[in-house]
Design a protein. Structure first.
Ligand code: MG
Length: 368
């Protein structure tokens, strides 16, 4: 089987409400999504999505995905999409780094490989646990009462996990965390996501102040060196996501005990092939895992849900349904949807999603 055609589509995905990231320093209203259709000479076609959380959050941006695919297209055409490691190596040799540009290609190839084998991607990745994965909401930062109102709106949709964005004024952060913990219901799982907004000093003050609460803080500072320094002077558990980009990052974090949780984002790490290795590193070191897209439609959420559902439940903390934050649905009636606060993948071969033709419009580029 050979890849004979790559079609790239650009689509703006509007958020239903403006969103402020930790510290309130970044505002988002629309996501720049790239959808990729890969066609083969066997008549099987697959879809992948790459949707960064805006251009300003991490070193990944929508136009970069499309430019990256243009650079790699000649190396991808002619590959057998079922040989995922061959496709991965072809892309890595053609364009070092730029994992976010490779993810939609890798994901579309997994879709094809699953269809060719007659198996859902989760079974291709080692086997699906029957139980769905808790969805963590994404709670925009603000006054404590404002954040609680957002949590309550997700509770009404069945959510039991919430990623609450903090990381501004540290006195306010301590107040936010204490207020939200006081209002956390039994059985709920809250993650306090700083998105790199604290300095080392600020992080140590907040994390030591709230150490009695037993909370987990995500990505408190900018770099892994910061987090390594922080780990020595705090006891609050840490999740790392923005600083978890390469497999080398994963092995360093795990072996050196820099964090207790991996936040694996498929588009940041380069797709399912690379993400599955990080899953294995985490499991080998007794670390728990969140698996998410960086953003996007039901397609991005479903791709992440497939990997999530291969993780044993005691290690699987949650996933995300960015689809619930958008005003449009790219694949009505398809893919993993929120049911009682969980995403569950079906046994349809591949991921089972074909985005709506009319919504996609004409391709941005076609390579063949
Ligand atoms: Mg995060």
């Amino acid at each position: 089987m050979k890849i004979v055609k790559i079609s790239v589509f650009q689509k703006d995905l509007p958020l239903s409400h403006p969103y402020w990231l930790s510290g309130g320093r970044l505002k988002f209203e629309v996501l720049d999504a790239t959808f990729v259709k890969i066609e083969t000479d066997a008549g099987i076609l697959g879809w992948g999505e790459g949707t960064p959380w805006g251009h300003t959050y991490v070193p990944a941006h929508g136009p970069g995905i499309r430019a990256g695919i243009e650079t790699m297209a000649s190396a991808i055409l002619g590959q057998d999409p079922r040989r995922l490691a061959h496709v991965e190596r072809a892309m890595d040799l053609c364009l070092p780094g730029h994992f976010y540009a490779k993810a939609p290609i890798d994901l579309a190839c997994w879709d094809i490989a699953g269809q060719a084998a007659g198996l859902p991607i989760a079974d291709m990745l080692g086997g699906r646990d029957e139980e769905g994965t808790w969805i963590a909401s994404s709670v925009s930062t603000g006054e404590p009462e404002y954040m609680l109102r957002i949590v309550e709106s997700y509770r009404r949709r069945g959510y039991k996990a919430h990623s609450c964005k903090v990381g501004g004024d540290i006195e306010k952060d301590i107040a936010r965390i204490r207020f939200l913990e006081e209002n956390r219901l039994p059985g709920e799982r809250f993650l306090y996501d700083v998105n790199r907004a604290w300095t080392r000093r600020e992080a140590s003050i907040v994390m030591n102040n709230v150490a009695d609460l037993g909370i987990t803080v995500e990505q408190p500072c900018e770099t892994l060196d910061d987090i390594a320094a922080l780990r020595k002077i705090t006891s609050t558990p840490i999740s790392v996501d923005e600083s978890l980009v390469t497999l080398q990052d994963a092995t360093r974090i795990a072996r050196d005990g820099l964090a207790e949780v991996f936040g694996i984002k498929l588009n940041r790490v380069g797709g399912l092939t690379k993400a599955a290795r990080m899953r294995d590193v985490a499991l080998a070191h007794g670390m728990q895992i969140y698996v998410m897209a960086t953003g996007g439609s039901v397609l991005a959420d479903t791709e992440a849900a497939h990997l999530a559902q291969t993780i044993p439940q005691e290690f699987r903390l949650g996933t995300w349904a960015c689809q619930d934050m958008l005003t449009i649905d790219m694949a009505p009636g398809q893919g993993a949807r929120n049911v009682n606060g969980k995403l569950t993948v079906s046994d349809t071969p591949g991921h089972g999603i074909v985005p709506d033709d009319e919504m996609l419009g004409d391709p941005f580029a076609v390579y063949q």
